[in-house]
Design a protein around this ligand. Structure first.
Ligand code: TYM
Length: 332
């Protein structure tokens, strides 16, 4: 059976981008057709300036939202990265096949490091090695597929390189995974800055739709979205990124093709109204289920406990094999 692994980082409140680019597909497709694991990658949240209590709170909230979005613990494994030591064990082993140059070339590292430096802060070493830990997340489970949005494609490519390199040097150990992306919604843009990704960590509120935003807040954010100076409603991501983003979101929420939806509208105002309602409807069941789950925190805790146990049992044989292959003496 195909093995699927994906993760989400508790660095901010989850967004419509996370949902359309990744979470929705995990729940609607992946968990039904594959042996799937979905992970709240809390260790990754420590790579930039962070507040410990907030990371804990966001980890719990992310787990609750994953279940609210339809992940079913009977069908898939949901767990927290730091509960399974195999991730950090394997990460160190993979650091021994990765080079510092290849880490410094990662786009997300360069962007985030530049942001930290501009704030006058220092760059944590863990930010540089982040992609190796991500590779360990994936390779520990022998995942065939990694369903992610476009921004993670380079990290999955690096994971493939590390897996191939390790297998060539030390013998066949890892499955070489591939990224899968949604047909529509792989790159949802910020509503106020449609040339930048809608990212949870950026915290520029008005351009970001959060999964837990009230319907009226969603409507306001969509109605105030920046559009372009033209008037024709055309799908042209290069020339008219604002309206293209709205059509993309609409298509992701309602089905259909962004390029075809363009022809249906006479004005930007009409597009925005339909986008706002489509987003409110897509998020409604998630918010409702989230409210129910918040009333039952014991359930979420139990899911994470069982999930970690299952994940540990799945990861251990591969991580042990990798440790042996690279030259470590097994514990007696
Ligand atoms: P993260 O937490 O930034 O995002 C989680 C998932 O949401 C997708 N995504 C988007 N998709 C479309 N449009 C957007 N604006 C948007 N923003 C986010 C991301 O592509 C991702 O699929 N490094 C990863 C977490 C991670 C991981 C892993 C993922 C750690 N280990 C192993 C897969 C496998 C990250 O920061 O995702």
């Amino acid at each position: 059976m195909t093995r699927v692994f994906s993760g989400i980082k508790p660095t901010g409140h989850l967004t419509l981008g996370n949902y359309l680019g990744a979470m929705r597909r995990w729940a609607a497709v992946d968990q039904h057709r594959a042996d799937s694991l979905f992970c709240i990658v809390d260790l990754h949240a420590l790579t930039v300036d962070h507040d410990p209590a907030r990371v804990r709170r966001l980890s719990r909230q992310a787990a609750t939202l994953l279940l609210a979005s339809g992940l079913d613990p009977e069908l898939c494994t949901v767990f927290v990265q730091s509960h399974v030591d195999e991730h950090t064990r394997l990460s160190y082993v993979l650091e021994c096949v990765a080079s510092d140059g290849e880490m410094r070339r990662m786009i997300q590292y360069r962007e985030k490091a530049a942001r930290e430096r501009a704030r006058g802060g220092s760059v944590r070493l863990s930010l540089l090695t982040y992609p190796v830990l991500m590779a360990a997340d994936i390779l520990a489970y022998g995942a065939d597929e990694v369903p992610v949005g476009d921004d993670q494609a380079q990290h999955v490519e690096l994971t493939r390189d590390l897996a191939v390199r390790f297998n060539q040097r030390y013998g066949q150990t890892f499955v070489v995974p591939r990224a899968t992306r949604p047909a529509v919604g792989a790159r949802v843009m910020n509503l106020q800055e449609p040339t930048s990704k809608m990212g949870k960590s950026e915290d520029v509120g008005p351009g970001i739709v959060y999964l837990l935003d009230e319907p009226d807040v969603v409507r306001k954010k969509v109605m105030r979205a920046v559009t372009d100076s033209g008037r024709d409603v055309e799908y042209d991501p290069e020339g008219r990124p604002g309206v293209a983003n709205l059509l993309e979101i609409l298509a992701a929420c309602t089905g259909g093709e962004p390029s075809e939806l363009g022809g249906v509208y006479q004005s930007y105002g009409d597009v925005k109204k339909d986008v706002a309602e489509a987003v409110v409807e897509v998020l409604r069941p998630v918010r409702e289920r989230h409210r129910e789950l918040c009333a039952d925190p014991g359930f979420v805790e139990g899911v994470l406990r069982d999930g970690a146990e299952r994940a540990r049992a799945m990861a251990r044989p591969t991580v042990d094999a990798a440790c042996r292959a690279i030259g470590l003496l097994p514990a007696a």
